[in-house]
Design a protein around this ligand. Structure first.
Ligand code: COA
Length: 322
């Protein structure tokens, strides 16, 4: 039994912050940010907006596209590392707001790989027959955890949410294979030190701390590895892929890897210039936009590949079925 995506949705906060806006407060420039990352602007949520607010809108759109009432959901999984509160989880808040009374709900913490991890868990529940209808969301508001004086991090991130509705496939379409990985020994390169049980009073700050060069090296290594490994699991080759949707972190990472493995530019979806790195939301937002742009048709083979804090990485191969 396979799991199949039957609806997608996304939500971005309206406020746009351009590179020129950032250059007013930190020593940087539009030229530098574009050249080193490909990012031109990002969305930043206001004080009143938390991760669940974006997640709920994305979820409602995905359910509407799937023509599935929330009451039919068996499970809600949210990939996030910026929950509204440590508990309840974002998934429980979404369950309540959607009135998905039947659904169990939990969050998955794998940072920017969160959507791949959540999707893989959801697919397994469907493949084993445990559940039939599952809502998977990737949502983050990492701009709330940025040190706006640190030009090494504040230029990279944006806020957003993306959602997909999964159900049992009745044909050969659906999620063909999934691959997940963690390298906890490299965790120190991308850290949110404060706010957890190690530092509940946030003495070490509640800001993202990153060694950009080390994360870059990891990202290029695992993006290549994840695509190769997940294709092997699905018994497919690179030439079979119609579209790669990589985590939207940095166009230099994507360009470097796709050039190295020999995947033509037109088979790679990139929208990070508009949104920056939206963490767990980046892949489902890109998937939703690629569909809206007509870049995916029935029968296409798509690879979703993410990497992020942990350090973690994950990939899924999907035969598109709707
Ligand atoms: N504007 C202008 N100059 C900047 C800058 C900015 N925003 N950030 C850094 N610099 C400067 C540095 O201070 C350094 O100056 P120096 O040579 O005088 O010391 C120079 O630019 C080069 O810095 P470096 O850190 O080597 O740049 P880089 O090419 O590694 O790019 C990142 C920095 C953060 C863009 C890059 O490392 C990166 O994208 N890493 C991956 C991060 C990521 O994707 N994280 C999320 C993963 S999920």
């Amino acid at each position: 039994m396979r799991a199949k995506i039957i609806g997608t949705g996304s939500c971005l906060p309206p406020k746009i912050v351009t590179n020129d806006d950032l250059a007013k407060t930190v020593e940087t420039s539009d030229e530098w940010i574009r050249a080193r990352t490909g990012i031109q602007e990002r969305r930043v949520s206001d004080e009143a907006t938390a991760t669940s607010d974006l997640a709920i809108v994305a979820a409602e759109k995905a359910l509407a596209k799937a023509k599935m009432p929330a009451g039919e959901l068996d499970l809600i999984i949210v990939g996030t590392t910026s929950p509204d509160t440590l508990f309840p989880s974002v998934a429980c808040i979404v369950q309540d707001k959607l009135q998905a009374h039947k659904a169990a709900a939990f969050d998955v913490s794998a940072a920017c790989s969160g959507f791949n991890f959540a999707l893989t868990v959801a697919a397994s529940f469907i493949e084993t027959g445990t559940y039939k209808n599952i809502l998977v969301i990737g949502a983050d508001t990492l701009t709330k955890y940025l040190d706006w004086t640190d030009r090494g991090t504040c230029i990279l991130f944006g806020d957003g949410a993306g959602a997909v509705v999964l159900t049992r496939s009745n044909d050969d379409s659906g999620i063909l294979a999934s691959w997940l990985k963690a390298e906890g020994s490299l965790g120190r390169y991308l850290v949110m030190p404060g706010g957890g049980s190690r530092d509940p009073e946030e003495k070490h700050g509640r800001f993202i701390k990153m060694d950009g060069k080390e994360v870059f090296k990891f990202a290029v290594r695992v993006l290549e590895e994840s695509v190769g490994e997940v294709l092997k699991l699905a018994q497919l080759e690179l030439k079979d892929i119609d579209l790669l949707i990589p985590h939207q972190a940095n166009s230099r990472i994507v360009d470097h890897v796709t050039k190295k493995i020999g995947l033509p530019k037109e088979k790679v979806y990139v929208n990070l210039q508009k949104y920056g790195n939206t963490s767990a939301a980046s892949i489902p937002i890109a998937l939703d936009e690629a569909l809206a742009d007509g870049k995916i048709k029935k029968g296409d083979l798509i690879v979703l590949s993410g990497f992020g804090a942990g350090l973690t990485a994950g990939a899924n191969v999907i035969k598109w079925g709707v």
